[in-house]
Design a protein around this ligand. Sequence first.
Ligand SMILES: Nc1ncnc2c1ncn2[C@@H]1O[C@H](COP(=O)(O)OP(=O)(O)OP(=O)(O)O)[C@@H](O)[C@H]1O
Ligand SMILES: [Mg+2]
Length: 247
Amino acid sequence: MAQTIVEAIDVWKDFEPVEVLRGVSFALAKGETLVVMGGSGSGKTVLLRLVAGLIRPDAGQIRVFDHAIERLSEEDLLLFRRRMGFVFQGAALFDSLSVYENVAYPLREHTSLGEAEIRERVVRNLSLVGLGSEVLGLRPAELSGGMKKRVGIARALSVEPEVLLFDEPTGGLDPTNAKLVGELIRELRAGVCDTAIVVTHDIELAKAVADRVAVLIAGRFATLGPVAAVLETTDTAVQAFLAGEAR
Ligand SMILES: Nc1ncnc2c1ncn2[C@@H]1O[C@H](COP(=O)(O)OP(=O)(O)OP(=O)(O)O)[C@@H](O)[C@H]1O
Ligand SMILES: [Mg+2]
């Protein structure tokens, strides 16, 4: 049995008055990519934030690297967070910082590396996502949408994470760039980080990267299984969601 990297056990979370998650459970094994799909506002980002320990569940348990994290202090949480790479929805780069400083940011936060090592890692991580050192001095406003996503991924790779959490990595991209980001996620998996949760409503991306797909509907996983099985589901709510996304 592969090691379990992330486990959610009957997780509930509301933001008054909205019950966002109403009993979500799953286990992510080392080496696996789980894709979480669901409509806008269904709670996908909330779920990723729970896994990263950025917010706490109202009930249920989140286990990361075999430790329950829902009651840890901020200080202890940091130790777990630095083992995870979070690729935020819409890249969420710091507009006033250069690409170099954006990618270096987690290294300055979480490590005591010297400038030479930081530079080496920044350049290496940018090259892993297909960007050369000519972008180092650029600001986010000077990048295309696809480049911003790549910089966001490079930043998440800085800490050499054991699991990557992607929030809508192809959101807002044209089909060609979306496909390239899908290929990049597959390459990363074969190289620097083999385990991931990918939140998306892009069915093509799900097909390209998923071992298993979950569909979040009304606060629960309406289905969780291999891509082919989910695409052929007889669950009418999941069918309706997939038909809507396909259009
Ligand atoms: N910090 C917060 N305070 C209050 N409500 C919140 C907060 N974070 C999320 N919510 C609510 O939780 C629900 C789920 O939000 P979430 O961002 O997880 O949706 P999503 O599935 O990621 O949507 P999208 O596909 O548009 O990104 C929404 O109703 C949202 O308004
Ligand atoms: Mg979201």
